[in-house]
Ligand binder design. Structure first.
Ligand SMILES: Cc1ncc(C[n+]2csc(CCOP(=O)(O)OP(=O)(O)O)c2C)c(N)n1
Ligand SMILES: [Mg+2]
Length: 327
C-alpha cells in the first residue's frame, strides 16, 4: 500500500520525536532531577510508529516498562509525558505514574507496565470488550523478547485464539532481557514460531524498517477488524541505550551500539528510502527535525518549571467509581 505524503511526514515526525525525546532524557537524567527508573526506547522507533500508524484513537495498546515510544506513537501529548516523567502535577497522570506508568485512556494508551508479561492479559481484556461491544476496535500488546517466556503471555495467546479476539501480540526482539541475551534465554530463538503452537498466524520482520513493520501490521489489523482473530508479530530490533539509565552494558560487545547506530537506525533507513524513491525531500524532513528539537526543548523547560503534586493530591485517584459506567 502506497502511503500519502502526509502519512509519510507524520510517520517521520513521530519517529524523530521519539528519538529526540529519548536522546534528551538520556542527558537530563544525569542532572538528578528525574526520580525513578527510566528505560529508553531509542533504536526501536520503527516498531512503535509502524504499528501505531495503523491504529486510531479508539484502538488500544498496552505498553511495557520501555514505554515512551509507544506513548508518543499512539498520540499522547509530548509535553504532558515529559511533565509526567518529571513527576509534575500537570503530567499525563498527575505526576503520580512517572516513566513506567504513563497512560492516556483517551488515546487508547492503556498504560506502560512494569510487570514483564503483564500487558497481554490486559490487552486481551480490551480486545474482548471491543468484540462484545462490536466497536471494531483492535488491541495491541507490546512486549519484549524477555516477556515471550512468561506464562501470562502464553495464557493470553491461547485465549485470544480460542475466543478469536481482535488482538495483535507484538514482540520487539531487541536481543536482551535486562542483561541476558535472547540467543541464550529464548528456547528455539524463534518467538514468532511459537504462535503456531496456539494456531495463530505469525510473522517475523525487520524492526528497523518502518515500511516492513507498517505493512505486516496492516495485514494483522485488517484480519482482526474483519473478525479473523489474533496475530503474533516479532520484530528484530536494537536498543541504543542500556537496559535502564545507568546500565554500564558490560554484556555488550565493545562496538555493538556504534555498529547498530550505523546499520540499524530507523530514521536513517527511512530517510534513505523516501529520498531515493523521491517521496519526500531532505528539506521537508530537516524542517521536521528543527520543529521536533524545539518541541523537546520546550517540553523540558516547561516540565522543569512546573510544580509537583501537593500533599492533598495524595488522596485523589486512589479509588475509581464505576457508577454511571467507566469514563
Ligand atoms: C514479572 C517480572 N519479572 C522480572 C522483572 C524485572 N525485569 C524488568 S525489565 C526485564 C527485562 C525485560 O526484557 P524484554 O521483555 O526483552 O524487554 P526490553 O527491556 O528488552 O525492552 C526484567 C526481567 C519484572 N519487571 N517483572
Ligand atoms: Mg528485550
Amino acid at each position: 500500500m502506497q502511503l500519502s505524503r502526509e502519512e509519510l511526514l507524520r510517520a517521520y515526525r513521530q519517529m524523530k520525536t521519539i528519538r529526540e525525546f529519548e536522546e534528551r532524557l538520556h542527558v537530563e537524567i544525569t542532572t538528578g532531577e528525574i526520580a525513578g527508573f527510566t528505560h529508553l526506547y531509542a533504536g526501536q522507533e520503527a516498531v512503535a510508529v509502524g504499528v501505531c500508524e495503523n491504529l486510531n484513537d479508539s484502538d488500544y495498546i498496552i505498553s511495557t516498562h520501555r514505554g515512551h515510544g509507544h506513548c508518543i506513537a499512539k498520540g499522547c501529548d509530548v509535553k504532558g509525558m515529559m511533565k509526567e516523567i518529571y513527576g509534575r502535577k500537570d503530567g499525563l497522570c498527575g505526576g503520580k505514574g512517572g516513566s513506567m506508568h504513563i497512560a492516556d485512556v483517551s488515546k487508547g494508551m492503556l498504560g506502560a507496565n512494569g510487570i514483564v508479561g503483564g500487558g497481554p492479559p490486559i490487552a486481551l481484556g480490551a480486545a474482548m470488550a471491543a468484540k462484545i461491544d462490536g466497536t471494531g476496535a483492535v488491541s495491541v500488546a507490546f512486549g519484549g523478547d524477555g516477556s515471550c517466556n512468561q506464562g501470562t503471555v502464553f495464557e493470553a495467546m491461547n485465549m485470544a485464539v480460542v475466543l478469536q479476539s481482535p488482538i495483535i501480540f507484538v514482540f520487539e526482539n531487541n536481543g536482551y532481557s535486562e542483561h541476558t541475551g535472547a540467543d541464550y534465554a529464548v528456547g528455539s530463538g524463534d518467538i514468532a514460531g511459537r504462535a503456531a503452537g496456539f494456531g495463530m498466524p505469525a510473522a517475523c520482520g525487520d524492526g528497523s524498517d518502518f515500511f516492513e513493520v507498517h505493512a505486516m501490521t496492516r495485514e494483522a489489523v485488517e484480519r482482526a477488524r474483519d473478525g479473523g482473530g489474533p496475530t503474533t508479530l516479532e520484530f528484530k530490533t536494537t536498543r541504543f541505550f542500556g537496559h535502564f539509565e545507568g546500565d554500564p552494558q558490560r554484556y555488550r560487545a565493545k562496538d555493538e551500539v556504534k555498529k547498530h547506530r550505523e546499520t540499524m537506525d530507523a530514521l536513517k533507513i527511512f530517510r534513505d528510502k523516501v529520498t531515493k524513491a523521491k517521496l519526500l525531500t531532505k528539506k521537508a524532513m530537516d524542517e521536521i527535525d528543527a520543529e521536533v528539537l524545539k518541541l523537546i526543548d520546550e517540553a523540558v523547560e516547561e516540565a522543569r518549571a512546573a510544580p509537583p503534586p501537593t500533599p492533598d493530591d495524595l488522596l485523589t485517584d486512589v479509588y475509581i467509581s464505576y457508577e454511571g459506567g467507566i469514563q
